[in-house]
Design a protein around this ligand. Structure first.
Ligand SMILES: [Zn+2]
Length: 288
């Protein structure tokens, strides 16, 4: 008996361990299979219906799509410039063309008094003539933009190279005064109907981003206080018709505009508007 039992016990033990091993292996395989189930359930109905051979690719692409959406979300949440354009319709972008001028300092005084920043599209010869004003507006946090050299409709738009050439020259002059190579430009009299396709391409190839406007103060026509109610009226219409578009206001660095700028800013603030400068990361406003 002792002999038999001695032989029998090891045999049973081996059998038992084999059975346990098999059960554990089965459990392990079941566990692995089960692990993939929540992943399947996490995907949407479309993914459930596809053939299993297609599933891997679909799930990867869905995951990638999900991640890209999240990346975009994060981008919009963390990018202050996007916030300026997307978050609030109560942001206005004041832009001043044709400067700097002999009265730029008064204009800058008004902006400073109200803690308002603006964007300046400047002419090369004016930059050279009023260097201290350019340095000041740069130091005070305003945005530097270019407006070309001649401001002559026949010269500026004369051929496919002329707009880019004028902007490059103005860019060089601005850089010599401030050290900043601005890529933001506004073409004289606006891009429509003057700027041709090839001129746009050449501007683009030279790294320039051209900006038009969405609200024309008509200060160039009025030359008096009338541009203030004009802006306020256009803003009101704009709120109704195109509330999602950025409010880029065209104005000019000229005495009649500067004289009533204080009044405009006070009334804009009273209506709840805040002020921001345009920059290179924003999708530009371009007339079509
Ligand atoms: Zn101009």
């Amino acid at each position: 008996m002792k002999k038999v039992s001695k032989k029998k016990t090891p045999y049973n033990t081996i059998l038992l361990s084999k059975v346990i091993g098999l059960v554990l292996l089965t459990l392990f395989l079941f566990f692995i299979w089960d692990m993939s189930k929540p992943h399947l359930q996490a995907t949407n109905g479309q993914a459930k219906n596809v053939a299993s051979s297609d599933f891997r690719d679909t799930s990867i692409s869905l995951k990638a799509k999900d991640q890209s959406t999240r990346t975009l979300d994060t981008h919009f949440k963390t990018n202050p410039n996007q916030q300026a354009t997307n978050k609030t319709n109560k942001t206005v972008f004041l832009t001043f063309d044709d400067g700097p001028s002999a009265t730029s300092n008064q204009l800058l005084n008004v902006l400073k008094a109200h803690h308002v920043k603006a964007t300046f599209f400047m002419l090369g010869p004016q930059i050279q003539a009023h260097q201290s004003a350019v340095k000041r507006l740069y130091q005070e946090g305003h945005q530097l933009g270019l407006h070309g050299m001649t401001h002559d409709i026949n010269l500026f738009y004369q051929n496919s190279e002329s707009p880019a050439n004028e902007m490059r020259e103005a860019q060089r002059i601005l850089a010599s005064v401030t050290g900043v190579y601005s890529r933001l430009v506004r073409t004289p009299f606006g891009s429509v109907p003057n700027l041709t396709y090839h001129q746009k391409v050449r501007l683009n190839q030279n790294g320039f981003i051209y900006w038009d406007w969405t609200i024309d103060s008509l200060d160039w026509r009025y030359k008096n206080s009338q541009y203030v109610p004009e802006v306020l009226n256009q803003l009101q219409m704009f709120e109704k018709n195109k509330p999602w578009e950025p409010k880029v206001i065209l104005m000019h660095d000229q005495p009649s505009t500067t004289n009533y700028l204080d009044s405009l800013i006070i009334q804009l603030k009273a209506r709840g508007y805040t002020f921001a400068v345009i920059n290179e990361t924003m999708p530009p406003v371009q007339h079509e």
